[in-house]
Design a protein around this ligand. Structure first.
Ligand SMILES: C=CC1=C(C)c2cc3[nH]c(cc4nc(cc5[nH]c(cc1n2)c(C)c5CCC(=O)O)C(CCC(=O)O)=C4C)c(C)c3C=C
Ligand SMILES: [Fe+2]
Length: 355
């Protein structure tokens, strides 16, 4: 008899806030050729990551993690475990959790699934949008590890759900109480990526960053275009929530120095918005399903401080979907649809490109 299961996937965190643990985590994360992909040659890339980025970043990152760490561990991992437990209570299928970097690891999760006799697996990246550095790399890693641990495992994957009506509805429902609060502006702050990754994702080389208004002009390239997908999430949200067109905008956070990342930058807007008379700000971060360092520290702590120093008065970050019932409902519906009809999932390799 066939046994199906679900694997929730996310990015991962260091084991602790100690500098050596943060260094180990950053080495694994930034050593990923789909995250830091330049210079192309392995040796030069390792030199850049281990010789420049990590020594400069580790202490600062460790300090940032300290400010959000909980008694149970990293907020990203702790909340993801709650999500796993809550989804497990709604489905008879085994539900496992794995992180691309750190623990719980992908090989450990695969071994647990194999021990339960699983032969068909649904990957459920906790990323609504495709990016080479998030969605693609974690799917590739599961495939690579499964080829060693469980070569006969049939792997399917939930397709990026950035425009899925149920996902948008979950997002709007969870944001409603915040939208009801008096505010001058709603900022959609998404994790950024280097501009280069956009053009690299368009194998036609004829649409992304070439066609005027490329993100809102229909194209097959959007299947692997992060910027087009976050733009679509935003427009769907605005429509579903009935927002005033003059009261929202999009920005991109968490960039690393060295090359242009997609703009406008969130931290620049935290300085500009108060000067434009937007003194009461709501910030929503839909690229993150689960609150993590980038939302809790970069937005809620650093962002609020920056905004207020620039003259802003009220700053509210809308929590991510986390383990809220609306999100568990969404996960449960998708798992049930897959189990019953194979809907909204495809062979895990279909969106993955050879790099
Ligand atoms: C939401 C999807 C994400 C994309 C796309 C993404 C791209 C990307 N990230 C870095 C570098 C860092 N990101 C870091 C943290 C981090 N990133 C994401 C998600 C995406 N990243 C999450 C959920 C987190 C939080 C992890 C946690 O433990 O809470 C970090 C580590 C922290 C830090 O030092 O700032 C780095 C570094 C790059 C270079 C990149 C695209 C090329
Ligand atoms: Fe990141």
């Amino acid at each position: 008899m066939s046994q199906s299961a679900v694997l929730l996937l996310n990015l991962g965190s260091p084991e602790s806030t100690s500098v050596p643990d943060v260094k180990r985590y950053l080495r694994e994360f930034l050593g990923d050729e789909r995250v830091i992909d330049k210079p192309a040659a392995g040796f030069l890339r390792r030199l850049l990551v281990n010789g420049i980025i990590i020594p400069f970043r580790a202490k600062k990152s460790a300090h940032a993690y300290e400010s959000v760490w909980t008694p149970e561990g990293s907020p990203l991992v702790v909340t993801s475990r709650h999500t796993q437990t809550k989804l497990q209570a709604r489905t008879p299928l085994p539900v496992e959790l794995a992180m691309n970097y750190g623990n719980p690891s992908i090989p450990d999760a695969l071994h647990r699934l194999v021990r339960q006799g699983v032969d068909r697996l649904l990957l459920f990246p906790q990323y609504p949008h495709y990016a080479m550095s998030s969605w693609e790399t974690v799917v590739v890693k599961v495939q690579r590890e499964a080829a060693k641990i469980a070569p006969d495992l049939k792997i399917e994957c939930v397709q990026p759900y950035f425009a899925d009506a149920d996902y948008i509805s979950a997002l709007v429902t969870s944001a409603r109480p915040y939208l009801a609060q008096p505010h001058d502006h709603l900022l959609f702050s998404y994790h950024g990526i280097p501009v280069r990754h956009l053009t690299k994702g368009d194998s036609s080389h004829a649409h992304c960053q070439v066609v005027p208004d490329c993100c809102t002009t229909c194209s097959p390239a959007h299947a692997t275009c992060y910027k087009a997908q976050v733009t679509r999430t935003t427009h769907e949200f605005v429509r579903a929530a009935g927002l005033d067109p003059a009261k929202w905008s999009i920005s991109f956070q968490s960039r690393i120095a060295g090359e242009p990342w997609i703009a406008p930058y969130t931290d620049h807007l935290f300085e500009e918005l108060p000067k434009a008379g937007k003194k009461r700000l709501l910030v929503i971060t839909p690229a993150f399903v689960t609150d993590c360092l980038e939302t809790l520290e970069e937005i809620r702590v650093e962002g609020a401080e920056q905004y207020k120093e620039a003259g802003g008065q009220e700053f509210t970050h809308i929590p991510c979907l986390n383990d809220q019932p609306v999100w568990i409902d969404f996960l449960e519906q998708r798992v049930r649809a897959w189990q019953q009809t194979g809907a909204l999932a495809f062979s895990a390799g279909d969106l993955v490109k050879t790099r």
